[in-house]
Ligand binder design. Structure first.
Ligand code: PLP
Length: 366
């Protein structure tokens, strides 16, 4: 075995991203491809945000604002917090990694759900943390008591994705408030709200409304999903000024690009575009769910911009067959290896997926 990488890094499985359209185009020579694999906003960002990065006003020969002043001020006003309680990241992914590096030391313990977003595990392993991946009920649903039961005297971090990627399940207001209250004060609770804009459940509360329940609380948000800016890599965390000060000790200099900062600030100001695209996706999430159920398939109830569907046979084979049709979805590792995660696309993209899936399932039965 190579000793080039440290042993705990050799034990890591790299994050498997959704297949890029261009890669499938190169591999299969297909032109007409539908990508429903990375939970992006199929309508794209606010046109005003696009205009903000294509203008000649950005001094691209200069480094970006290292503190992201304007964007943090805009976010502070949006969330009614001070800019000093916000730290920007190169995507919220960078913040997850930063939190693992800054807030826990080797041998300390992290808790997260399983299945959930793989980067909590990757960040923990990279820091040589011990961790407990708490099984979700029926592999799908959060249970706050299960999370609390996994906390030990060494636990420093607890990650919850709310709503959860890849299951779409959420923790409601009462349960989240209880989790945040009952977690020992030592633990930093990280509530990852990458999909929060898509939630329409009445009993949901964003963690921004529960900040008075505990001091050690980090709320992650991103511009990659509903704001449609995945290509620019901008995320952020809302926490105490103390947390932000500590994260800044290790945050890479100039971690968010000038176009990223500019576009995010403009996108934040265009809430009408956000609402319009989110409303369309939430409506289409229901239609996609109904259509899949009409095939006789089980769909996990989702509060995000994707659905998880049980295809009743190895999901990877169905995924591969869909690729041949030019449709990219996301196969799941065990215990969800009979499920596929499908981003809610534009209506025509969803229909193309449904038609292809129907063909693939029919042929695999024959
Ligand atoms: C739950 C969750 N958190 C964080 C991220 C990372 O998003 P980004 O780094 O693009 O902000 C993702 C991306 O898929 C996600 O699903």
């Amino acid at each position: 075995m190579s000793d080039l990488a440290a042993p705990h890094i050799l034990a890591l499985t790299a994050y498997e991203p959704g297949k890029p359209e261009d890669e499938l185009r190169r591999e299969l020579g297909l032109e007409d491809i539908v990508k429903l694999a990375s939970n992006e906003n199929p309508y794209g960002p606010s046109p005003k945000a696009v205009a903000a990065v294509s203008g000649e006003t950005l001094a691209l020969h200069r480094y970006p604002d290292p503190r992201g002043h304007h964007l943090r001020e805009a976010l502070g006003a949006h969330h009614r917090v001070s800019a000093a309680e916000i730290c920007l990241g190169n995507g919220s992914n960078e913040i997850i990694d930063l939190i693992c590096r800054v807030c826990a030391g080797r041998g300390e313990h992290a808790v997260f759900g399983h299945p959930s977003f793989p980067c909590y595990r990757i960040g923990s392993i990279a820091q040589e943390l011990r961790f407990t991946a708490v099984p979700l009920r029926e592999h799908l649903y959060w249970n706050v008591d299960d999370l609390l039961a996994a906390v030990t005297d060494e636990t420093k971090l607890l990650f919850v994705s709310n709503p959860n990627n890849p299951t779409g399940a959420y923790i409601g207001r009462t349960d989240l408030a209880r989790l945040l209250r009952e977690l020992p004060g030592r633990v930093l609770a990280v509530v990852d709200e990458a999909y929060v804009e898509y939630v329409d459940a009445d009993d949901f509360a964003p963690a921004t409304e529960l900040r008075d329940t505990r001091e050690r609380l980090a709320i992650l948000r991103t511009f990659s999903k509903a704001y449609g800016l995945a290509g620019l890599r901008v995320g952020y965390v809302i926490g105490t000024t103390d947390l932000v000060t500590h994260l800044n000790r290790l945050r890479a200099p100039f971690n968010v690009s000038t176009p990223g900062q500019a576009a995010a600030a403009v996108a934040l100001g265009d809430q009408a575009h956000l609402r319009e695209t989110v409303t369309a996706t939430v409506e289409d999430r229901a239609k996609l769910t109904t259509a899949l159920e009409a095939f006789g398939l089980r769909v996990a109830p989702s509060q995000a911009n994707f659905v998880l569907v049980d295809v009743g046979r190895p999901g990877r084979a169905v995924y591969e067959a869909l690729l041949q049709e030019g449709v990219i979805v996301r196969p799941m590792p065990p215990p969800l290896d009979h499920w596929l995660r499908v981003t809610v696309g534009r209506p025509g993209e969803n229909q193309r997926f449904l038609d292809s899936l129907e063909r693939v399932l029919r042929e695999s039965r024959a």
